[in-house]
Design a protein around this ligand. Structure first.
Ligand code: C5P
Length: 222
Protein backbone atom coordinates (compact mmCIF):
# COMPACT_ATOMS: atom_id res chain seq x y z
CA UNK A 1 0.00 0.00 0.00
CA UNK A 2 1.35 3.41 -0.96
CA UNK A 3 1.41 5.96 1.84
CA UNK A 4 -0.05 9.31 0.89
CA UNK A 5 2.36 12.03 2.00
CA UNK A 6 0.30 15.07 3.04
CA UNK A 7 0.85 18.45 1.38
CA UNK A 8 -0.22 21.94 2.42
CA UNK A 9 -0.17 24.18 -0.67
CA UNK A 10 0.10 27.90 0.04
CA UNK A 11 -0.25 30.19 -2.97
CA UNK A 12 -0.50 33.93 -3.20
CA UNK A 13 0.88 37.13 -4.72
CA UNK A 14 4.35 38.62 -4.25
CA UNK A 15 5.27 39.98 -0.82
CA UNK A 16 2.14 38.57 0.79
CA UNK A 17 4.28 37.09 3.56
CA UNK A 18 3.55 33.55 2.44
CA UNK A 19 7.25 32.61 2.51
CA UNK A 20 7.63 33.54 6.17
CA UNK A 21 4.28 32.03 7.10
CA UNK A 22 4.86 28.78 5.17
CA UNK A 23 8.33 28.28 6.69
CA UNK A 24 6.91 28.77 10.19
CA UNK A 25 4.01 26.39 9.55
CA UNK A 26 6.50 23.77 8.33
CA UNK A 27 8.66 24.30 11.43
CA UNK A 28 5.62 24.03 13.77
CA UNK A 29 4.51 20.77 12.13
CA UNK A 30 8.04 19.39 11.66
CA UNK A 31 7.36 19.04 7.92
CA UNK A 32 9.53 19.77 4.89
CA UNK A 33 9.33 23.15 3.21
CA UNK A 34 9.46 24.14 -0.45
CA UNK A 35 9.97 27.77 -1.47
CA UNK A 36 9.21 27.28 -5.16
CA UNK A 37 9.79 30.96 -6.00
CA UNK A 38 13.45 30.56 -5.11
CA UNK A 39 13.82 28.07 -7.98
CA UNK A 40 12.56 30.65 -10.51
CA UNK A 41 14.83 33.25 -8.89
CA UNK A 42 17.83 30.91 -9.23
CA UNK A 43 17.03 30.30 -12.91
CA UNK A 44 16.90 34.08 -13.49
CA UNK A 45 20.20 34.62 -11.68
CA UNK A 46 21.93 31.71 -13.40
CA UNK A 47 20.69 33.08 -16.76
CA UNK A 48 22.01 36.56 -16.13
CA UNK A 49 25.36 35.19 -14.93
CA UNK A 50 25.58 32.88 -17.94
CA UNK A 51 24.56 35.54 -20.45
CA UNK A 52 21.27 33.78 -21.35
CA UNK A 53 18.47 36.14 -22.41
CA UNK A 54 15.38 36.08 -20.18
CA UNK A 55 13.14 35.17 -23.11
CA UNK A 56 15.32 32.39 -24.60
CA UNK A 57 12.88 29.63 -23.64
CA UNK A 58 14.82 26.60 -24.90
CA UNK A 59 18.09 27.66 -23.28
CA UNK A 60 16.36 28.66 -20.06
CA UNK A 61 14.49 25.33 -19.89
CA UNK A 62 17.80 23.47 -20.35
CA UNK A 63 19.31 25.60 -17.60
CA UNK A 64 16.36 24.85 -15.27
CA UNK A 65 16.63 21.14 -16.03
CA UNK A 66 20.21 20.92 -14.78
CA UNK A 67 20.11 23.71 -12.23
CA UNK A 68 23.33 23.50 -10.21
CA UNK A 69 21.53 24.69 -7.08
CA UNK A 70 21.58 23.37 -3.53
CA UNK A 71 19.82 24.38 -0.34
CA UNK A 72 21.78 24.11 2.88
CA UNK A 73 20.65 25.31 6.31
CA UNK A 74 18.73 28.31 5.02
CA UNK A 75 21.40 29.07 2.43
CA UNK A 76 20.94 28.89 -1.33
CA UNK A 77 24.00 27.81 -3.29
CA UNK A 78 24.45 28.16 -7.03
CA UNK A 79 27.49 26.34 -8.37
CA UNK A 80 28.72 26.32 -4.78
CA UNK A 81 28.42 30.12 -4.52
CA UNK A 82 26.18 31.54 -1.74
CA UNK A 83 23.39 33.41 -3.57
CA UNK A 84 20.92 33.64 -0.66
CA UNK A 85 20.82 37.45 -0.78
CA UNK A 86 21.47 37.85 -4.49
CA UNK A 87 18.28 35.99 -5.48
CA UNK A 88 16.22 38.41 -3.31
CA UNK A 89 17.29 41.53 -5.22
CA UNK A 90 14.59 43.46 -7.05
CA UNK A 91 16.33 42.65 -10.38
CA UNK A 92 16.11 38.93 -9.63
CA UNK A 93 12.47 39.26 -8.55
CA UNK A 94 11.58 40.84 -11.88
CA UNK A 95 13.71 38.30 -13.78
CA UNK A 96 12.08 35.40 -11.95
CA UNK A 97 8.63 36.54 -12.91
CA UNK A 98 9.73 36.76 -16.56
CA UNK A 99 11.30 33.28 -16.75
CA UNK A 100 8.33 31.88 -14.80
CA UNK A 101 6.02 32.87 -17.65
CA UNK A 102 7.74 30.34 -19.95
CA UNK A 103 6.14 26.91 -20.16
CA UNK A 104 9.44 25.13 -20.87
CA UNK A 105 10.94 26.50 -17.65
CA UNK A 106 7.88 25.51 -15.59
CA UNK A 107 7.88 21.98 -16.99
CA UNK A 108 11.62 21.61 -16.33
CA UNK A 109 11.09 22.49 -12.66
CA UNK A 110 8.06 20.27 -12.08
CA UNK A 111 9.79 17.03 -11.02
CA UNK A 112 12.31 18.90 -8.91
CA UNK A 113 9.46 20.47 -6.92
CA UNK A 114 7.56 17.19 -6.52
CA UNK A 115 10.70 15.55 -5.13
CA UNK A 116 10.27 17.69 -2.00
CA UNK A 117 7.22 15.60 -1.07
CA UNK A 118 8.85 13.55 1.65
CA UNK A 119 7.61 12.14 4.95
CA UNK A 120 6.18 13.29 7.26
CA UNK A 121 4.70 16.01 5.03
CA UNK A 122 5.36 19.08 2.90
CA UNK A 123 4.42 22.74 3.14
CA UNK A 124 4.88 24.17 -0.37
CA UNK A 125 4.48 27.81 -1.27
CA UNK A 126 4.33 29.64 -4.59
CA UNK A 127 1.78 30.54 -7.24
CA UNK A 128 0.69 27.17 -8.64
CA UNK A 129 1.26 24.74 -5.77
CA UNK A 130 -2.45 23.91 -5.46
CA UNK A 131 -3.34 24.22 -9.14
CA UNK A 132 -0.46 22.45 -10.96
CA UNK A 133 2.34 21.02 -8.82
CA UNK A 134 0.32 19.41 -6.01
CA UNK A 135 -3.31 19.41 -7.22
CA UNK A 136 -4.07 16.62 -4.72
CA UNK A 137 -2.92 18.66 -1.70
CA UNK A 138 -5.41 18.07 1.10
CA UNK A 139 -5.09 21.65 2.36
CA UNK A 140 -4.84 24.56 -0.06
CA UNK A 141 -4.53 28.13 1.16
CA UNK A 142 -4.66 31.31 -0.89
CA UNK A 143 -2.70 33.78 1.21
CA UNK A 144 -3.00 37.41 0.23
CA UNK A 145 -2.99 41.00 1.51
CA UNK A 146 -3.79 44.37 -0.05
CA UNK A 147 -1.13 45.61 -2.50
CA UNK A 148 -0.54 48.68 -0.29
CA UNK A 149 0.21 46.64 2.81
CA UNK A 150 2.41 44.26 0.82
CA UNK A 151 4.40 47.23 -0.53
CA UNK A 152 4.69 48.65 3.01
CA UNK A 153 6.01 45.36 4.38
CA UNK A 154 8.56 45.00 1.57
CA UNK A 155 9.58 48.66 2.01
CA UNK A 156 10.26 48.13 5.71
CA UNK A 157 12.35 45.00 5.03
CA UNK A 158 14.48 46.67 2.36
CA UNK A 159 15.00 49.91 4.31
CA UNK A 160 16.10 47.85 7.32
CA UNK A 161 18.70 46.24 5.05
CA UNK A 162 19.86 49.74 4.07
CA UNK A 163 18.71 49.42 0.46
CA UNK A 164 17.71 52.63 -1.39
CA UNK A 165 14.06 52.06 -2.36
CA UNK A 166 10.93 54.20 -2.51
CA UNK A 167 7.44 53.09 -1.61
CA UNK A 168 6.09 54.33 -4.96
CA UNK A 169 8.59 52.24 -6.93
CA UNK A 170 7.76 49.15 -4.86
CA UNK A 171 4.03 49.67 -5.33
CA UNK A 172 4.45 49.98 -9.09
CA UNK A 173 6.75 46.97 -9.22
CA UNK A 174 4.32 44.82 -7.20
CA UNK A 175 1.37 45.85 -9.39
CA UNK A 176 3.34 44.93 -12.51
CA UNK A 177 4.39 41.59 -11.08
CA UNK A 178 0.85 40.81 -9.91
CA UNK A 179 -0.46 41.54 -13.40
CA UNK A 180 2.23 39.39 -15.02
CA UNK A 181 1.76 36.47 -12.60
CA UNK A 182 -2.05 36.54 -12.86
CA UNK A 183 -2.24 37.30 -16.58
CA UNK A 184 0.20 34.76 -18.00
CA UNK A 185 -1.03 31.89 -20.15
CA UNK A 186 0.69 29.09 -18.20
CA UNK A 187 -0.08 28.41 -14.54
CA UNK A 188 -1.40 31.90 -13.75
CA UNK A 189 -1.70 32.95 -10.12
CA UNK A 190 -5.26 32.16 -9.12
CA UNK A 191 -7.25 31.11 -6.10
CA UNK A 192 -8.23 27.46 -6.65
CA UNK A 193 -11.89 26.69 -6.07
CA UNK A 194 -10.89 24.34 -3.24
CA UNK A 195 -8.45 26.78 -1.55
CA UNK A 196 -9.22 28.57 1.70
CA UNK A 197 -8.74 32.34 1.54
CA UNK A 198 -6.46 33.92 4.13
CA UNK A 199 -6.29 37.73 3.88
CA UNK A 200 -3.48 38.83 6.17
CA UNK A 201 -3.84 42.61 5.64
CA UNK A 202 -4.91 43.03 9.26
CA UNK A 203 -3.17 39.97 10.70
CA UNK A 204 0.17 39.36 12.36
CA UNK A 205 2.48 36.60 11.13
CA UNK A 206 1.70 34.58 14.27
CA UNK A 207 -2.03 34.84 13.66
CA UNK A 208 -1.65 33.69 10.05
CA UNK A 209 0.55 30.76 11.10
CA UNK A 210 -1.90 29.83 13.87
CA UNK A 211 -4.82 29.82 11.43
CA UNK A 212 -3.10 27.47 8.97
CA UNK A 213 -1.90 25.14 11.74
CA UNK A 214 -5.50 25.04 13.01
CA UNK A 215 -6.79 24.14 9.52
CA UNK A 216 -4.06 21.49 9.26
CA UNK A 217 -5.23 20.05 12.59
CA UNK A 218 -8.75 19.73 11.18
CA UNK A 219 -7.53 17.85 8.11
CA UNK A 220 -4.51 15.82 9.16
CA UNK A 221 -3.53 13.90 12.27
CA UNK A 222 -0.90 16.48 13.26
O1 C5P B 1 7.53 33.83 -4.45
P1 C5P B 1 8.59 34.66 -5.10
O2 C5P B 1 8.32 36.13 -5.08
O3 C5P B 1 9.96 34.34 -4.57
O4 C5P B 1 8.61 34.20 -6.60
C1 C5P B 1 9.38 34.87 -7.59
C2 C5P B 1 8.64 34.80 -8.94
O5 C5P B 1 8.60 33.43 -9.36
C3 C5P B 1 7.19 35.25 -8.88
O6 C5P B 1 7.04 36.62 -9.23
C4 C5P B 1 6.49 34.36 -9.87
O7 C5P B 1 6.48 34.96 -11.14
C5 C5P B 1 7.35 33.14 -9.97
N1 C5P B 1 6.75 31.97 -9.33
C6 C5P B 1 5.90 31.19 -10.08
N2 C5P B 1 5.39 30.04 -9.56
C7 C5P B 1 5.71 29.66 -8.33
C8 C5P B 1 6.56 30.45 -7.53
C9 C5P B 1 7.06 31.61 -8.07
O8 C5P B 1 5.59 31.54 -11.21
N3 C5P B 1 5.22 28.52 -7.87
Amino acid sequence: MQIEIPVIAIDGPSASGKGTVAALVAARLGWNYLDSGSLYRIVALAASRGGVALDAETELAALAQRLPARFRQGQVLLDGDDVTDAIRSEACSAGASRVAALEGVRTALLELQRAYRQVPGLVAEGRDMGSVVFPDAALKVFLTASVESRAQRRYKQLIEKGLPVTLDDLLQDLRERDARDAGRAVAPLQQCADALLLDTTAMTIDQAVGRIVMWAGERFAV
